[in-house]
Design a protein around this ligand. Structure first.
Ligand SMILES: Cc1cc2nc3c(=O)[nH]c(=O)nc-3n(C[C@H](O)[C@H](O)[C@H](O)COP(=O)(O)OP(=O)(O)OC[C@H]3O[C@@H](n4cnc5c(N)ncnc54)[C@H](O)[C@@H]3O)c2cc1C
Length: 479
């Protein structure tokens, strides 16, 4: 990938820092504008921790009207704005730049309305993902997208990155569970896109905003789809003696048209790391493990499990262990959902996020091991296998620049491989700053130009999260 570059800071913006801060204070009082260097530290980076940069200021509005005032002011003054939810992006999507104001929505956390008849909820942008399910859980409902970071990440960040999670195999990713947003445009105009129901008229602008990585406007509210909880849910652990066998098993389950709620994959290093953390009963002797969760009534779950076990046996499965209780189920998911944090206890890592056709799993997993070994590094694989969304965690020492470069290069090779086998650069973490230069590998000049034209409609002067998504060279729209 090469070292990640930020655009050079605009000296005119840096020169009027005091005036910009005074301007922000007109709209948001008290502790809502942060300028103290120590207090800015948490905003220097995000979940993609290798790079950092201190922003000019952070502003934390509480209303859509304040967001409108701030954006109108910043666009008049030519100040870049980096939107921020909880700062858990693993692609460097929320990393600021020196001449930018970070606009955080962490103080906008309310649930505004819940409509069980229409199965929708309207929420503010900064609410955490889990808080939505918690608020409706006692009434038997939940919000389906479940990123592993769900106890901290915001719905705005989920929308901006089109986040996914373990159960997105069955329920889809954020875009499939989003009905509408309130979006503030760069000139301060607030617009409603989508609505309270499944179908909205006109162009699908909501689809454009979902996954737009903070570059087309600031989301201040969202209308999300809520679902009744399934009658029952049961995860089963399958241990295999080879990565290829586990990959082939996943490919056959999907090819057979069976749709479990989740199929999650871990290889031996990931199993050891997560078992040490969660004590979930994972098979430590296996080279690869699948967590397959089925949902429904007892008879529906039994029928689906029988089909899945038959396929797993064809691929030489060793351990088969069904969860026997709610406690065991919680432990199994704790291990999987803590995988990134647990890995962080043993080594620094970069988490890749490529997507491939599931039929390519055995080949790609073998190639990933070869690629990473070729750089003299180690890899732990833990990912959403059912939808072909890979997360190789490349282990390295962040304080060793040579190793860091090797880890980034290995990551880049893996993502190129994903594209070559018919997949793409990101399944759920976004392009951010991390994969920006690889966009040339996924898209040809014409494709990129079309995307730049869309971008230019919203932000022709590159003020919204400008260092991200598009390669820094060739950003001009063709005449
Ligand atoms: C331990 C861990 C596990 C994770 N697991 C998953 C997983 O399973 N699935 C998954 O998809 N991701 C996962 N992630 C990545 C991350 O949590 C998601 O991308 C999440 O959606 C980011 O939400 P956030 O609130 O932290 O957003 P941030 O990191 O603050 O921002 C992410 C992007 O959204 C933009 N943005 C933020 N707020 C707004 C707004 N109001 N309007 C417009 N744009 C905005 C930012 O500019 C940035 O481009 C994980 C991260 C960690 C650290």
């Amino acid at each position: 990938m090469g070292a990640i570059a930020f655009p050079p800071p605009n000296p005119d913006v840096l020169a009027k820092r005091d005036r910009i801060i005074a301007g922000l204070r007109q709209f948001v009082g008290g502790e809502g504008v942060i300028t103290d260097p120590h207090e800015l530290t948490p905003y220097e980076t995000d979940g993609f921790t290798a790079y950092r940069s201190v922003p000019l200021a952070v502003v934390l509005p509480e209303t859509t009207a304040q967001v409108s005032d701030i954006l109108a002011f910043c666009s008049r003054e030519g100040v870049p704005v980096v939107p921020r939810g909880a700062g858990t992006s693993l692609a460097g999507g929320a990393i600021p730049q020196e001449d930018a104001v970070v606009l955080g929505v962490s103080r906008m956390k309310r649930i505004l309305s819940i409509d069980y008849d229409s199965r929708t909820a309207r929420v503010e942008a900064g609410i955490t993902n889990i808080a939505i399910s918690e608020a409706i859980g006692e009434d038997g409902f939940f919000f389906a997208p479940d990123p592993s970071s769900q106890i901290i990440c915001s719905i705005a960040g989920n929308i901006a990155m089109n986040a996914g999670g373990a159960h997105c195999l069955k329920y889809g990713v954020t875009t499939n569970n989003l009905l509408g947003v309130t979006l503030v445009l760069l000139d301060g105009t607030a617009v409603e896109l989508g609505g309270e129901h499944m179908d909205a008229s006109g162009y699908d602008l909501l689809g454009l905003i979902c996954g737009s990585e903070g570059q087309l406007g600031i989301i201040t509210e969202a209308v999300v789809r809520i679902l009744p909880k399934p009658e029952g849910a049961r995860p089963v652990l399958f241990g295999f003696s080879s990565v290829a066998a586990a990959g082939a098993c996943v490919a056959e389950i999907i090819a057979a048209g069976i749709l479990p709620a989740a199929i999650e994959f871990m290889d031996r290093p990931a199993i050891a790391i997560c078992e040490d953390f969660a004590k979930a009963g994972y098979p430590l002797d296996a080279e690869a493990m699948l967590i397959v969760e089925v949902e429904g009534s007892e008879s529906e779950m039994a029928e689906m499990l029988e089909q899945i076990i038959t396929i797993a046996r064809r691929h030489g499965v060793g351990t088969i262990k069904e969860s026997q209780s709610a406690t065991e189920t919680a432990q199994i998911w704790k291990g999987r959902k803590s995988a990134f944090g647990a890995t962080g206890r043993v080594a620094d890592y970069i988490c890749m996020d490529g997507t491939i056709p599931t039929g390519q799993l055995p080949h790609v997993l073998t190639r990933i091991s070869e690629i990473v070994a070729g750089y003299g590094l180690r890899v732990a694989n833990v990912f959403h296998a059912g939808d072909g969304n890979l997360h190789p965690l490349i282990l390295y020492n962040v304080n060793d620049p040579e190793q860091r470069q090797k880890a980034e290069d290995a990551g880049s090779d893996i993502l190129r491989l994903c594209v070559e086998v018919g997949g793409c650069l990101t399944g759920e973490h976004g392009i951010g700053i991390e994969k920006r230069e690889l966009m040339h590998h996924q898209f040809n000049a014409v494709d990129l130009d079309q995307q730049l034209r869309v971008h230019a409609v919203f932000d022709p002067g590159w003020l919204l999260n400008p260092a991200k998504v598009f390669p820094l060279d060739g950003r001009e729209v063709a005449a």
